[in-house]
Structure formats: C-alpha cells, structure tokens
Ligand binder design. Structure first.
Ligand code: HEC
Ligand code: HEC
Length: 382
C-alpha cells in the first residue's frame, strides 16, 4: 500500500470500511474524521474498493453526465460549500430550471437510512439515478442513454471493468461507484465531539456549553436532533412537521437565480406567481406514504457541519442559523398539524446566541481539507 492510500485510510475509521485494503488495527479506535459518529452499519459486501471510489469521484465531477453536457453532481453539491449550494434557496438544474427543494449536504450521508427530504429512496446507490434522470436536473432521457454515453467516452475505458470485476458500465455499478465515493465524505470529530466524547473540557467555551444545555433542555432540539451517550447523528431519522416554508414564502421573497457561474439575477416571489410549479405546495413525506399525518413532514437533517450548509430547511427558506433559531423560538411555521414539540420557547436574546454558538461548534475538524481532497486531481472541472 502506498503512503497516499495510507493517508486516505486515516480518513475515518469507519469510512475506511469502504477501503477494504485498510487495516484499522493500526488506528486507535477513536481516531479519524468519523469520531463522534456511531459505527457505520451497512449490508455485507456493499463496501466500495479504492477503484470504485476513484471512479465515483470522476463521475461525481463529470459535467458530461448531464444530457446537455454541462452539469455535474458537484455543481449542486459543491465541496467548498459543505457539499450543498449557497447560491440559491432551492437547487437550480439544467438550463436554469428551478427545483422545489434545497440541495442537502452530502457530508456524512453514508449514515443516512433514507434519502431526499421526503425519504423516498432507501439506498445511496439507487438514489443517484434520480438526479441523472430528473427532467429539471440532469435531464437524461433514460438509463441506457447515460450508460451509452459513458461507454463512448474514451477516458472511461476500462475503469468500470477494473472497479467491478470485469463488468462494464451498468445501472448498478454506476450507482455503486457514486455511493462508494460519497461514503468517503466524512466530517465529524468536531470541537463538540472532543468536549463530549473525549472529555476535553476546554474544547467548548462557556457560551457553547450553555447552548448545548438549551439544545438538550429548554429548546427541546435533541428530541428530534438526537445526541447519544457515545455518539451523535443529530437526527432521529424520522419525519416531522415543523411548518418550515409555510410562513417564509410570499410575494416579497427574493429568489436568486444563477444564470451562469458568477452571473445571477434576483426575482421576487410576485414575479413567479403565475408559474404553477411555484404555487404547488410541497407535501413532503405525504407524497410517499399518503398518510395525512405526514402532510408537510420532512426528514430531520443531521446538524453536523450545519454552519457550512446554508440556506436551511427543505426549501432553503431560512438563510441563517439565527433565522432558524428565531423560527423555533416562535414555535415554528404556520401550518395546522405541527409536531407537539414545536412550540414557542421563550428564549432570551442571550440564549438564542448561545444556541447558535453551539451549532457552530459542530464543524468537522478537517472539513476544509476534505473538500479540497475530494476533487479529482487531474482537472479543476466541477
Ligand atoms: C440540479 C441540482 C442537483 C444535481 C445536479 C444533483 N443533485 Fe443531489 N440533490 C439535489 C436536491 C435539490 C436534493 C433534494 C431533493 C429532494 O429531497 O427531493 C438532492 C438530494 C441528494 C441526495 C440525498 C441526500 C439526503 O440527505 O437525503 C444525494 C445522496 C444526492 N443528492 C446525490 C447526488 C448525486 C450523486 C448527483 C449526481 C449524479 C446529484 N446529487 C446531482 C440537487 C442536485
Ligand atoms: C419535532 C422535531 C424537531 C425539533 C424539536 C427540532 N427540530 Fe430542527 N428540524 C426538524 C426537521 C424535520 C427539520 C427539517 C425541516 C424542513 O426541511 O423543512 C429540521 C431542520 C433544522 C435545521 C436546518 C438544517 C438544514 O440543514 O437545513 C436546523 C439548523 C435545526 N433544525 C435546528 C434545530 C434546533 C436548534 C432546534 C431546537 C430549538 C430544533 N431544530 C428542534 C425537526 C426538529
């Protein structure tokens, strides 16, 4: 094994499971970027090897995977923007088409058990086909079309075969390669983890510690954004109605529409009133279960690295962490059947600041290095 591979093995004791060649025995049990996350549970045989990870990386950054050849996964899940996109509240797809939802971060995505804000997918490997085929995202007409295009690209010659025991580009291997790459996006070992799970009393300052007390106490946040005794995902993996997006939209809501890299225009909600897509309410989990209790329910996001993943909520309607805390303090959004725990909290200005300070302590220790390292070495293409 080369030193370079060795360095990647240190990435995360857990993501290292994706690199079968690694020997975690050489690492202390609590080392690596996954410190503070629970052990990664996944089906036997689903761990990707190094060739699959490299192929997944190439695919993730490859704009030629979109029908018009100019949009990659990384353009909506930008490494330097917490693997989401700060530019717009809801993602912007092919030819500037606006999506209904905000792009979630892909950091620690391997720990998720359901995918998308409504949880409609159940594995990372199958998830990838959704953006590839969605008419407003990468807009490919079919699975076969994508595979045919990849087969015709000389720089993919032999890469699938090498990664997948001789098999060429296929529906499953393409998803598996992307999933193998995404599984390396691990960013925990935050100051909070060192304070709580390593016993480093000074890793959080007094204000951040007060924020944590509010998070688990008066603020009721940990009821859904769970914190365990030995690890924390900051999510219960469930779906809840907070009312996010129900009060924040409106005629004055500004919508920033990127037209090309670095070129934007601002539209007001009123300009879009005539467009049926923007008028249709997003019913969230209900669209998957048809259970009336799931109307406007969305997946509880994990909060690790949350300071880097603005804007917030399924529709990106809250621009800052301060706005999120104000939203909860008011008792959530304007919708009938909210979760019983979303109630006015009566937090003082000082308590709100402490809560925000705590949320900012959840940045993974080496998240910037991860962003830089995640890009393919050979090209700067997004
Ligand atoms: C046009 C922007 C855009 C592109 C391109 C895009 N995504 Fe996404 N991605 C999104 C949005 C928006 C969502 C949330 C959609 C929803 O919940 O309905 C999402 C959700 C996801 C999720 C689920 C994460 C979670 O926490 O549930 C994964 C994983 C993901 N994308 C990976 C990819 C991969 C891999 C590609 C390339 C094949 C890709 N995305 C291309 C915008 C995009
Ligand atoms: C009843 C469960 C529940 C409680 C209690 C709760 N949350 Fe949430 N939280 C959610 C759900 C569900 C979402 C996603 C809402 C959406 O996408 O519209 C969310 C979203 C968020 C987000 C946005 C994350 C992102 O990436 O977009 C932050 C930040 C957040 N919550 C912090 C808090 C804080 C701080 C508290 C306590 C004051 C709290 N939450 C209490 C369920 C809850």
């Amino acid at each position: 094994m080369t030193l370079r591979r060795g360095a990647r093995c240190g990435l995360a004791a857990v993501a290292a499971a994706a690199l079968q060649a690694c020997t975690p025995a050489s690492e202390p049990a609590d080392a690596g970027d996954a410190f503070g996350l629970p052990p990664l549970v996944r089906p036997a045989g689903s761990a990707g090897n190094a060739a699959q990870i490299e192929l997944g990386r190439k695919l993730f950054f490859d704009r030629r995977l979109a029908f018009n050849g100019v949009m990659s996964c990384a353009m909506c899940h930008v490494p330097e923007e917490g693997f989401t996109s700060h530019a717009s509240k809801t993602a912007v797809g092919i030819e500037g088409k606006s999506l209904q939802r905000n792009a979630p971060t892909l950091l620690n995505v391997a720990w998720q058990t359901t995918f998308f804000h409504d949880g409609r997918e159940t594995s990372l490997a199958t998830q990838a086909w959704m953006p590839l085929l969605h008419p407003d995202e990468m807009a490919n007409p079919s699975i076969g079309f994508v595979l045919q295009r990849i087969r015709a690209l000389p720089d993919y010659d032999g890469l699938f075969e090498r990664a997948f025991g001789g098999a060429g580009p296929g529906m499953e291997s393409l998803g598996a390669a992307l999933a193998a790459f995404e599984t390396t996006l691990v960013a925990a070992d935050s100051r909070f983890d060192r304070w709580r799970y390593r016993g480093e009393a000074a890793a959080l300052n007094a204000q951040e510690q007060q924020g944590f007390a509010i998070f688990t106490g008066k603020g009721r946040c940990a009821a859904c954004h769970e914190v365990g005794a030995t690890s924390a995902l900051f999510t219960d993996g469930g779906f809840h109605v907070t009312g996010a997006g129900q009060a924040a939209s409106g005629e004055d809501a500004a919508i920033i529409v990127p037209l090309a890299p670095g070129v934007q225009t601002v539209l007001r909600g009123a300009h879009l009133a005539g467009f049926p897509e923007t008028a249709a309410p997003d019913l969230g989990r209900f669209e998957i279960t048809l259970d009336p209790a799931d109307r406007f329910a969305f997946k509880t996001p994990g909060l690790r690295n949350v300071a880097r993943t603005a804007p917030y909520m399924h529709d990106g309607s809250l621009a800052t962490l301060e706005a999120v805390v104000d939203f909860y303090d008011r008792g959530g959004g304007d919708v009938g059947d909210k979760d019983a725990r979303i109630v006015p909290l009566g937090l003082s200005a000082h308590e709100k600041q402490a809560l925000v300070a705590f949320l900012r302590s959840l940045d993974g220790a080496r998240v910037d290095a991860l962003a830089a390292r995640s890009r393919p070495q050979e090209s700067a293409a997004r």
